[in-house]
Design a protein around this ligand. Structure first.
Ligand code: HEC
Length: 221
């Protein structure tokens, strides 16, 4: 029945190629779908962390820092377990980065602390002699944009079914609820900071960018 095919090398090649590709897709696609499911324990960002993520994007930290640990020994020794695609389930957009002028930050929350970040962002050389990272002193005076972070959280909850407001996940409530939660989270951070102007701002209900950025850095684990 298929002898015409065997006598025609061109079509034979095409049919073999199509058949193998199709079978390959059947094998591969379910794995893709599976591995992009959130890894157990991965949670959406809180509103304060999202505001910090916006600072990270706005100031192009991703131009010098990656957030993707490759499965090589030299990387896992330095940064920790290699990245799994399911860990990025709630990252919109991804911040994998393509250049490492500075180190990878995927799991920075495991080995740097709030006070370390405070000193480092104010003056990198003070903690890492010879550092070429720029200082970000304006983070200590500019205020984080909590309203936009809240709007983003509500949007991804409603459009992409990001599991906010579910049991064990960050709670949004209304804008005022979210602002109150962000402020409470901010106070937990400033408890470990020394910059008096930043502490005072948070006491007065304002959240400087540095506090949101540190909340975000601490969440990267
Ligand atoms: C011009 C490139 C550049 C930019 C832009 C930059 N960094 Fe860095 N960063 C570096 C370099 C180089 C280092 C390594 C030296 C050091 O620790 O200061 C570093 C180190 C770090 C570290 C410590 C990492 C570790 O493993 O110890 C953190 C955290 C960090 N940067 C955060 C940020 C954040 C947040 C931003 C954006 C606000 C940013 N960086 C922007 C170059 C950069």
């Amino acid at each position: 029945m298929f002898s015409w095919l065997e006598r025609n090398p061109f079509f034979f090649t095409v049919v073999v190629f199509v058949t193998i590709s199709f079978a390959g897709l059947i094998m591969i696609l379910p794995n893709f779908a599976q591995s992009s499911q959130p890894v157990v324990g991965t949670k959406p960002y809180t509103v304060l962390q999202l505001a910090g993520r916006h600072v990270y994007i706005k100031d192009s930290c991703n131009a010098c820092h990656s957030q993707l640990i490759r499965p090589f020994k030299n990387e896992t020794d330095r940064y920790g377990a290699y990245s799994l695609s399911g860990e990025y389930a709630y990252d919109r957009p991804f911040l994998w980065g393509s250049k490492r002028t500075g180190p990878d930050l995927m799991r920075i929350g495991n080995y740097r602390t709030t006070d370390w970040h405070e000193n480092h962002m104010w003056d990198p050389i003070s903690v890492v002699p010879g550092s070429i990272m720029p200082a970000y002193k304006h983070h200590f005076t500019n205020l984080a944009d909590i309203d936009t972070a809240y709007a983003e959280a509500v949007t991804v909850r409603d459009i992409f079914d990001t599991p906010y407001d579910q049991e064990g996940m960050p709670q949004l409530g209304g804008l005022e609820d979210s602002k109150a939660t962000a402020l409470a989270d901010a106070k937990l951070i400033t408890a470990n900071m020394k910059n008096q102007a930043v502490k005072d701002a948070v006491e007065n209900g304002q959240i400087p960018e540095i506090v949101a950025l540190i909340a975000y850095m601490n969440s990267l684990k």
